[in-house]
Design a protein around this ligand. Structure first.
Ligand code: B12
Length: 215
């Protein structure tokens, strides 16, 4: 089965959209766990594209194409991930920080949180700091979740936490952060309450942040 997962990752890396889609469907039909397909197939493939881009073996056009393929595949696999029963309707505002247009990972996190019982409002990409706060206030959010894939924009996470402090609203929300360049130390530096490396972890951390425990 891991051979099939490996093939998924490889065909994505090679930008073979139709082949990748057929393999993903085959894996689902064969009962491979959707989370495994996602993490070890799709995300691994897309990461490999990123590495090729870094080594200048791929260029912007391939980066775009890879993003589109991944998005399509995530749409197929995401809804197959088992939905958790019940769950309190805690609310999350999620978006990608100002200057950053990456949204595949953020969408996955939003999807996982929704499936875990959270009420999620996704406010998109390139979101200015003040908009996160306005939306959180309107939505009566418990958590503000920030995504950044770029080193050049990740500092915008602290703009959100700083602005919240200035407005005397910092204690009203839990801030959850994530995305490629982020790590626990940076999350702390940006004034966040929690960090998660991937969408599955994001659910665990989000639950902890709002006192829902691990289940
Ligand atoms: C696809 C892609 C694009 C697509 C994005 C399409 C889209 N709709 O998102 C396009 C082509 C638009 C793009 C553009 C650019 N990109 Co780009 N891109 C990628 C690529 C290949 C994949 C990203 C992805 O979708 N990964 C799959 C998802 C599922 O993983 P993820 O995003 O990491 O998300 C997971 C976790 O990080 C976490 N997570 C994410 N968000 C959040 C939020 C919270 C709250 C939590 C808890 C967790 C969490 O959970 C997610 C799910 O498990 C990466 C390579 C890489 N290694 O990531 C480069 C990459 C991110 N891009 C890069 C660059 C440089 C750019 C450009 C600047 C290129 C250019 N010269 O123009 C532009 C920037 C445009 C902009 N202003 O944003 C660099 C960033 C380097 C850096 N660290 O700063 C990377 C790392 C490539 C590389 N190795 O050089 N890119």
């Amino acid at each position: 089965m891991s051979e099939l997962i490996g093939k998924i990752s490889k065909t994505i890396e090679e930008l073979k959209e139709e082949e990748a889609e057929a393999l993903v469907k085959e894996a689902l039909d064969k009962g491979v766990e959707p989370v495994k397909i996602l993490e070890e197939g799709i995300i691994a493939g897309v990461r490999a594209i990123g590495e090729k881009f870094e080594k200048k073996e791929y260029f912007l056009a391939e980066l775009y194409e890879g993003g589109e393929i991944a998005e399509k595949l995530v749409e197929i696999v995401g809804p197959k991930i088992p939905k958790e029963a019940g769950g309190a309707r805690k609310r999350v505002i999620i978006g990608t920080v100002h200057g950053d247009l990456h949204d595949i990972g953020k969408n996955l996190v939003a999807m996982q949180l929704t499936m875990a019982g959270f009420e999620v409002r996704d406010i998109g990409i390139d979101v200015p700091p003040m908009r996160f706060i306005e939306e959180a206030e309107n939505f009566k959010a418990d958590i503000i979740a920030l995504s950044s894939l770029l080193m050049a924009t990740m500092m915008n996470m602290s703009e959100v936490t700083n602005l919240l402090k200035e407005l005397g609203l910092r204690d009203k929300y839990k801030i959850l952060v994530g995305g490629g360049p982020i790590n626990p130390a940076l999350a702390q530096m940006f004034g966040a309450d929690g960090y998660a490396e991937n969408a599955v972890e994001a659910v665990k951390v989000a639950k902890k942040l709002v006192g829902l425990g691990e289940n």
